[in-house]
Each structure stands twice: as structure tokens, then as C-alpha cells.
Write a new protein. Sequence first.
Length: 46
Amino acid sequence: MKLETYLLRSLFAACLLACALTLGAMLHTPTQPVQLAGQGATAHAA
């Protein structure tokens, strides 16, 4: 019983860490909104 509890806590911590790292990477990724809007407009026109 104690082993299962330890494994569940470890899995929860690993998932929480993965989510935090993913969210942090998305928030700190540099984007150029003007270029993205321009690419979207040319893709629909072609």
C-alpha cells in the first residue's frame, strides 16, 4: 500500500513538472505577430 502511494505521488509530481515546463516554454517562446498574420493572409489567397 505504501509503495502504491509513493508511486502515485511521484507520478503526480512528474506530470505537474511536465505541465509547468510546457506552459513555461509556451509563454517564453518569441513570436512575431505581424509575420504570422501575413503568412495566414497569403495562405488563404493562394
